[in-house]
Design a protein. Structure first.
Length: 88
C-alpha cells in the first residue's frame, strides 16, 4: 500500500493512537490512576483502531480493487463499507 504514505488523515490517526497508548502507559506507572479511567482510554483506543482499520480497508478497495478505470457503484460501495463497519 505504498499510496498510503501520502494520506495525512491515516497518519494523523496513527499518531493519535500513539498518544493514547503513551497516556495509558503513563497511567499504569502511577499507583493513584483509576482503573475505570484506564479502561475507558483502552476502549477509546479499541474504537480508534477499528476506525483506522476501516479507513485502510476503504483505501485498499478504492486503490487496488476498484482502481481508477472501472466504473464504481458508489451507493453499493457505501453500503458495503457500512456493513463492514458494523461487524468489524
Amino acid at each position: 500500500m505504498s499510496h498510503l504514505h501520502q494520506d495525512k488523515k491515516i497518519l494523523n490517526r496513527v499518531k493519535r493512537l500513539q498518544g493514547q497508548m503513551a497516556a495509558i502507559e503513563q497511567a499504569l506507572q502511577h499507583p493513584d490512576s483509576s482503573c475505570i479511567d484506564i479502561l475507558q482510554q483502552t476502549a477509546a483506543i479499541k474504537g480508534a483502531v477499528n476506525g483506522l482499520m476501516n479507513e485502510l480497508i476503504e483505501a485498499h478497495l478504492r486503490h487496488h480493487v476498484i482502481g481508477e478505470h472501472s466504473e464504481t457503484n458508489e451507493q453499493e460501495l457505501a453500503e458495503f463499507l457500512k456493513l463492514l463497519k458494523r461487524y468489524a
